[in-house]
Design a protein around this ligand. Structure first.
Ligand SMILES: *Cc1c(COP(=O)(O)O)cnc(C)c1O
Length: 299
């Protein structure tokens, strides 16, 4: 089994031909190299939660996600890594297991399928406790690892980020990773959050309460404008991913990082950046999600 270690992570410069010299440098923080299945940012969001579970003598953790959830499979892996049992409450009754859910089971996660209506009660402790009754005392981690420990853990990603970067770009789901990095990075670094959904009101509302007051500056969310919403793809996106791989030898995932890099390219073309800017794009991983479009990809 592949093991996770910070030393797997590298910073990879993008060829000048790609950014046409419109910025001084454009680098990618390859958190995807941490592990082939576990998304880099998920690992950081989970670490402090699992330490807390162990410190408080829990033997089982439980969390939530859909049938393709990067978080769920990362939680399964991380729990096993820390010697904990895991339970995954899965949104929607599934006829068959997706590759993601199969990986969850391989990492020892017990799956509990609930209807979409039931799943909406995932933040109601009474409902959650009832579901988890058969598993004994259980440490509960919210969907996406979106809690205070998740934010703090995500902040640990700052260890890879030098202060000379002017812009940090990353993909946003719940916004937990962005909140963690905004709290942990120097205020002069502008954080650009690319939301792969048409609206970002929910993320905006989620991020702000987690921010240290003195760091609630210099960040902005960019909504998805082109692909029709979360998880939606078209041929243009697939060609973009293939071209990006050919040009830079970096595989992007179809849900998050491809849309971030597509938007970065668009901003470069629109002369959004200054020529003195130094950009760091965080590759948060998610490559396990590409299995659904594998036949269309060149990598
Ligand atoms: C989950 C995920 C994100 C979003 O992280 P949040 O902390 O929820 O904003 C971004 N990229 C990838 C690849 C992910 O799996």
């Amino acid at each position: 089994m592949a093991t996770i270690h910070d030393s797997n992570v590298v910073i990879q410069p993008i060829h000048k031909v790609w950014h046409k010299g419109k910025v001084t440098s454009l680098d990618v923080l390859r958190l995807d190299l941490l592990h082939p299945i576990v998304s880099g940012n998920k690992w950081y969001k989970l670490r402090l939660n699992l330490n807390d579970a162990l410190d408080n003598k829990y033997t089982t953790i439980a969390t939530f996600g859909g049938a393709y959830s990067n978080h769920l499979v990362a939680a399964a892996y991380a729990a096993q890594h820390f010697g904990l049992q895991s339970v995954g409450i899965v949104r929607g009754l599934q006829n068959e297991l997706t590759p993601t859910l199969m990986h969850c089971q391989q990492y020892g996660m017990k799956l509990l399928f609930v209807s979409r209506e039931e799943y909406n009660k995932k933040d109601d402790p009474e409902w959650v406790n009832k579901q988890l009754l058969p598993f004994g005392k259980t440490y509960i981690i919210p969907e996406g690892g979106a809690n205070t420990k998740g934010v703090l853990g995500a902040g640990l990603i700052n260890r890879f980020i030098k202060s000379h970067y002017t812009h940090i770009a990353l993909s946003v789901g719940t916004g937990t990773t962005l909140a963690g990095l905004r709290n942990a990075l120097p205020a002069h670094q502008f954080i650009m959050g690319f939301v792969p959904m048409k609206q970002c009101n929910e993320q905006q509302a989620h991020i702000t309460p987690f921010l240290r007051e003195d760091r609630n500056i210099n960040w902005q969310l960019f909504p998805e404008t082109h692909f029709g919403g979360f998880g939606k793809i078209n041929d243009e996106l697939i060609s973009f991913m293939n071209d990006f791989y050919v040009d830079n030898s970096i595989p992007l995932d179809v849900v998050y990082t491809s849309k971030m890099m597509y938007n970065i390219q668009k901003l470069l073309n629109d002369n959004y950046f200054n020529s003195s800017d130094k950009i760091l794009c965080v590759h948060t991983g998610g490559l396990q999600g590409n299995l659904s479009v594998q036949d269309k990809l060149k990598f």
